[in-house]
Design a protein around this ligand. Structure first.
Ligand SMILES: Cc1ncc(COP(=O)(O)O)c(C=O)c1O
Length: 391
């Protein structure tokens, strides 16, 4: 291993949502394994580039330069075999901001937008806050594996939903959708002329044995109504630098999106976000490959620990992301009781399942992007807390 992901880095007092908000959630002795950022330092090349940029000392307005755009294009080609043009890229301060802009640009108040819960909770929040209606197409779970309900999806599309929000890979259930699944979804959306917003923010974090397929690439130009949301933020731990790349091949769709991004005044990118993203994409592929192996090892270690010590907890296969979805239902406890045991006894802050909508009851999402030692301590906490439960 060329990189040391075992190193524990103190994140307290760094303005970290994950670590510094613990006081309100049971105290500062809690291990935070909730929100999706990593407890690893960004690659050295990124840190050095940021220090150099900071040293310049002038932080005026900026724009995504040609070299930035080329770095994004080269990354999409080498990691995802997706050929894109430089002009297709629109930068926004984040994927959620892009989702919100797309809703306002392409749908009207009262319109229905499809989501597939359990799913990343801001989808629902942003739709509702935009006075649109959520149309839920619940994922199907069978033998601990999630699939899409295409019959349910077709009903909602037929009923006139104006947008389909796809999470690919799917947070929190960890699915990396197959080409077949994405093709079926694409065909249905073409049939009903429905815009797809494909949130692919986790697409670089694919576990060994799986392959991410880019929704827009699958349709290979046939379906022009696709907005692909990407970023280096999850892959290289850069979320606080607020920079994402929204890729839209269709000129008219892109122009409308761009116009809305400008009218919302979120079109000027963050200077450090641009520097970090360009450097990560150009120089840090090796770091990402090792990171994926480290996270995968955390996942397999957790799986064996749970199988040996906490057999009532079921784990969905984590095909992608660094977020694992744990099923506590066999304990027969309410969600609030599970939360309380985790906070007070296990001294652990996970994300509880109901936040992610229908089908999340009885689940907890754990963030595995941390040194293995921290993960082990967390698992020992769960074991100590849950082994005392009497049925
Ligand atoms: C599926 C998904 N989309 C979007 C985001 C957030 O994106 P951003 O910080 O760029 O708004 C997250 C963060 O966890 C996520 O999991």
């Amino acid at each position: 291993m060329a990189y040391n992901f075992d190193k524990e880095i103190i994140r307290e007092q760094s303005g970290s949502v994950k670590w510094d908000l613990r006081e309100s959630h049971g105290g500062n002795d809690i291990i935070p394994m909730w929100v999706a950022d990593m407890d690893f330092k960004a690659p050295d090349e990124v840190i050095n580039a940021l220090v150099k940029r900071a040293g310049h000392g002038i932080f005026g307005y900026t724009y995504p330069s040609d070299s930035y755009r080329e770095a994004v294009c080269a990354w999409m080609k080498k990691r995802h075999n997706w050929l894109i043009n430089k002009e297709w890229i629109v930068t926004t301060p984040g994927v959620v901001a892009a989702f919100s802009a797309a809703i306002s640009a392409f749908t009207d108040e009262g319109d229905k937008i499809i989501i597939q819960p359990p799913v990343y909770h801001p989808f629902k929040k942003v739709i509702e806050a935009s006075n649109r209606r959520v149309a839920e197409n619940r994922l199907i779970i069978k033998d601990n594996r999630y699939t899409m309900d295409f019959e349910g999806l077709e009903k909602l599309l037929k009923d006139g939903a104006s947008m389909m929000a796809l999470c690919s890979p799917h947070n929190p259930v960890g699915r990396v959708w197959t080409i077949d699944e994405l093709q079926t979804l694409n065909e249905l959306c073409i049939k009903y002329d429905t815009l797809i917003l494909s949130d692919e923010i986790h697409s670089d974090l694919i576990m060994p044995g799986y392959k991410h397929s880019v929704m827009a690439e699958i349709s290979s130009g046939e379906n022009t109504k696709i907005i692909t949301c990407t970023a280096a933020s999850k892959s290289f731990n850069l979320a606080g630098l607020c920079c994402s790349n929204i890729i839209i091949s269709d000129y008219k769709l892109r122009a409308s999106f761009q116009k809305r991004v400008q009218s919302l005044s979120v079109s000027t990118p963050n200077i450090f976000g641009l520097t970090a993203t360009e450097t990560a994409y150009n120089l840090c592929e090796g770091w990402l490959d090792e990171l994926i192996h480290y996270i995968h090892r955390n996942y397999t270690d957790m799986k064996s620990y749970i199988e040996d010590n906490l057999p009532l907890i079921k784990i969905a296969e984590m095909e992608g992301t660094y977020l694992s979805w744990l099923d506590f239902k066999e304990y027969g406890l309410s969600d609030s009781t599970i939360d309380e045991i985790l906070f007070k006894k296990a001294k652990l802050w996970l994300d509880n399942g109901p936040q992610f909508g229908a089908g999340g009851e009885g689940f907890q999402r754990i963030n595995l992007a941390c040194p293995g030692k921290i993960l082990l301590k967390a698992l020992e906490g769960i074991k100590a807390a849950f082994s005392k439960i009497i049925f």
